[in-house]
Write a protein that binds this ligand. Structure first.
Ligand code: SF4
Length: 305
């Protein structure tokens, strides 16, 4: 495969077809890029979009967020899921404001020192906010690489080799490299999707090993299925958080615990209780929120931090 032709075709397609996302606009600040990367870690673009716009309007700089209560950040996070990310973002904003003169650090090493920033996010911010040349590989990119480079139907578990793959085909020029990182993600998100790859409109179809081999059914062993959400502790945590987000005042502990199992399934007539909550679940969910710093208890009432 000619890597220049491959990356050129993908970058040209991206220039023509990329979704118009506000955090990709040239005038978006590094802070805006960092916020988008926090939000996109576990959440789909269409759910992130309105939250990101609200967030940037309300807290356009790290110091603006650092000046707010952590509970305001958690409340504004809404239903994006995994609300610890809101707390981490608030802590990272405080670090940037206090230790970096309110400027998002430019180097991967310094970014890694901020709360909630791991290797992926550090490289993504360095590449997308500052134009540095780093391989940035998310789930969508891994699927594109698995199919186009290795002729596999799907990517296996994440591995260090993913970065090597991306590094090998990443353009040398930093600007083109930054576009290529974004373009590979975009291709995986909107064309080379897990269930229905749109090979007819794919800009790199000519080089795709999996397509060339006739789409062999050779996906690596599937990961174990995720435990279902219905009836889970995670769902119980989400219900408590929804109650606290909606309330300006502290909520009695009994109400918070009751909310944890509100509308939960009960044993069905045939005795199936597989997704009915156990008696300890409300307390377990509540205690885990306290341990994560997402809930504060004072005089028998619970509130956001
Ligand atoms: S040709 Fe099809 S399978 Fe190959 S990268 Fe493009 S969309 Fe994915």
């Amino acid at each position: 495969m000619d890597h220049d032709e491959f990356s050129g075709a993908l970058n040209d397609w991206f220039a023509r077809s990329a979704r118009d996302l506000p955090w990709r606009k040239p005038d978006t600040t590094a802070w805006g890029v960092l916020v988008s990367e926090f939000m996109l870690q576990q959440t789909q673009v269409d759910r992130v979009l309105p939250r990101w716009l609200e967030w940037m309007d309300r807290w356009p700089t790290p110091s603006a967020l650092a000046g707010a209560e952590p509970g305001d950040a958690v409340r504004a996070w809404g239903r994006l899921g995994y609300p610890r990310r809101a707390l981490w973002l608030h802590r990272a904003a405080t670090q940037i404001a206090q230790e970096h003169n309110d400027q998002v650090p430019t180097s991967v090493e310094t970014l890694l020192g901020l709360t909630g920033i791991g290797p992926y996010t550090a490289r993504a911010v360095a590449a997308f906010a500052f134009g540095d040349r780093h391989p940035v590989v998310d789930t969508n990119t891994r699927r594109v690489l698995a199919r186009a480079l290795h002729g596999r139907a799907a990517a296996g578990m994440p591995a260090p080799g993913d970065l090597d793959d991306m590094e090998a085909i990443l353009p040398r020029d930093p600007d083109r490299a930054a576009v290529f990182n974004a373009a590979a993600m975009e291709l995986g998100a909107v064309v080379c999707t897990a269930r229905a790859p749109g090979c007819d409109v794919c800009p790199v179809a000519a080089w795709c090993e999996w397509r060339g081999a006739g789409y062999p059914d050779n996906a690596p062993t599937k990961r174990p299925k995720q435990a279902r959400f219905e009836g889970s502790d995670r769902q119980a945590r989400g219900r408590i958080m929804a109650l606290l987000r909606a309330s300006k005042d502290p909520v009695p502990l009994s109400a918070a615990l009751a909310a944890a199992i509100e509308d939960s399934p009960r044993a069905t007539r045939n005795g199936d209780i597989s997704n009915a909550p156990d008696a300890e679940q409300p307390r377990r969910a509540y205690d885990s929120l306290i341990a994560d710093g997402l809930v504060i208890e004072f005089e028998g009432a619970a509130r956001l931090p």
